[in-house]
Design a protein around this ligand. Sequence first.
Ligand SMILES: [Zn+2]
Length: 171
Amino acid sequence: MQPVPTPRITPLPAPVRPDPVRDRWAAPMRLAMAEAELAVATGDVPVGALVLGPDGSVIGRGHNEREAVGDPTAHAEVVAIRQAAAAVGEWRLGGCTLVVTLEPCTMCAGAIVLSRLDRVVYGALDEKAGAAGSLFDVMRDRRLNHRPEVVWGVLADECAEQLRDFFDTHR
Ligand SMILES: [Zn+2]
């Protein structure tokens, strides 16, 4: 009996599946990535954030400016939250969404809880310092009195690539 020849199988590219949870945040995430790029001019790590009002309009934006202003708390999220609170005229940001290119750290996760944001959308995971699922999960800790919805991994590869590009050329 003749052996059956092994067919050559060319793997198909992975299909691009619609992701109803994440796809709607891709456009604002690209805006946050553009904001992140502004950090590079001052040698700051490119992280960008936006706060969207209840109607989806941008009411706050910020990029990491720790080096630019010499402030250890000048993370993109904190800058954007301060701007949004000033725009709204009070500290409560209920109904608003924060979009950020990198998983928030413990400080920013704390600021997000304190500002009563409804939702946080982030891009790349920060396995070393992330406080939204990686190292800690501050925003979904049931012991706290406010827990925003968390959508993670929106354009995660592109956001991670932006950071890698920076570290490849600056460090
Ligand atoms: Zn932070």
